[in-house]
Design a protein around this ligand. Structure first.
Ligand SMILES: Nc1ncnc2c1ncn2[C@@H]1O[C@H](COP(=O)(O)OP(=O)(O)O)[C@@H](O)[C@H]1O
Ligand SMILES: [Mg+2]
Length: 254
């Protein structure tokens, strides 16, 4: 499966990308998690220490992946991906390593070409933790054009839900046929609000991940969320994983 995790800034894309990746890996699947944030933190969420996260190589901009491109998928992963303690393999695609190094379009083209390849010799699931916003769907060709399914992450706010609605419209244009709506950081008293916002704006709400102090603490300390902690978060993540697997296995109406 090729999964794009998308949404407004700060809604929990990196958090849910890491938890979803861990859940898939714990089900025995080979998982590649691609960080496209220019300020990458996904490695930390997957259990790498800060030094190892800093030391992750960055895929050079404008590398085109494929047998007729610059590197095959196997070569790309051998050179630029790293194993993490969680069992998930991580790769940093768009890190900004120099000030004033120019735009990240070349990096987006690299991720697009990667997703366009058959990845199943190297990985069962590729999760792309997207940088905030919707530009990656409108950028020429669409970075996520070859995704099988999008996870639309929403906190309980009008702006988050409207971002998801705009994302769905762009996904349809790109021919991406499947998406899963994931509420995140939802306290009990905000569940109804989020459900109503989603209903009003025609956005599915498939899974609700609760707001959790343990998630905040895990982010603060850099210690990945244990299974025994925040059991309500983990049970929502397992539902998300089930839902993503179900949704992606249905042939997409193109
Ligand atoms: N379920 C949750 N409960 C409480 N805080 C959360 C939850 N999910 C994410 N957060 C917090 O929200 C902030 C933004 O999360 P992050 O995953 O970095 O968002 P994004 O990648 O969308 O910018 C972080 O401080 C994180 O700890
Ligand atoms: Mg992020």
């Amino acid at each position: 499966m090729k999964i794009g995790v998308v949404g407004k800034g700060g809604v929990g894309k990196t958090t849910l990308s890491a938890l979803l990746a861990r859940s898939l890996a714990e089900r025995g699947r080979r998982v590649l998690a691609v960080d496209t944030d220019s300020n990458p933190n996904l490695g930390l969420s997957l259990g790498l220490d800060p030094a190892a996260t800093e030391a992750l190589p960055t895929v050079p901009r404008s590398i085109i992946v494929g047998t007729r491109g610059d590197l095959t998928v196997g070569e790309l992963m051998a050179d630029y991906a790293a194993a993490t303690p969680s069992g998930v393999t991580v790769m940093s695609a768009l890190r900004v390593t120099e000030a004033a190094a120019g735009c990240t379009c070349g990096g987006h083209a690299t991720v697009r070409s990667l997703l366009g390849e058959a990845l199943d010799t190297e990985t069962d699931d590729t999760i792309v933790d997207m940088e905030a916003g919707i530009e990656h769907l409108s950028r020429s060709g669409g970075t996520l054009a070859h995704a099988d399914v999008l996870v639309l992450v929403m906190e309980p706010s009008l702006k988050a839900v409207i971002t998801a609605r705009r994302t769905i419209a762009l996904a349809r244009e790109l021919g991406i046929g499947a998406w899963v709506g994931a509420g995140n950081k939802v306290s009990d008293d905000q569940r109804d609000l989020l459900a109503r916002l989603c209903a009003d704006h025609d956005v599915p709400l498939d899974v609700v991940v609760p707001a959790s102090q343990q998630v905040v603490d895990s982010d603060r300390t850099g210690i990945p969320l244990e299974r025994a902690q925040a059991t309500s978060v983990w049970s929502a993540v397992e539902s998300l994983t089930d839902r993503v697997l179900e949704t992606a296995s249905v042939p997409a109406p193109r």
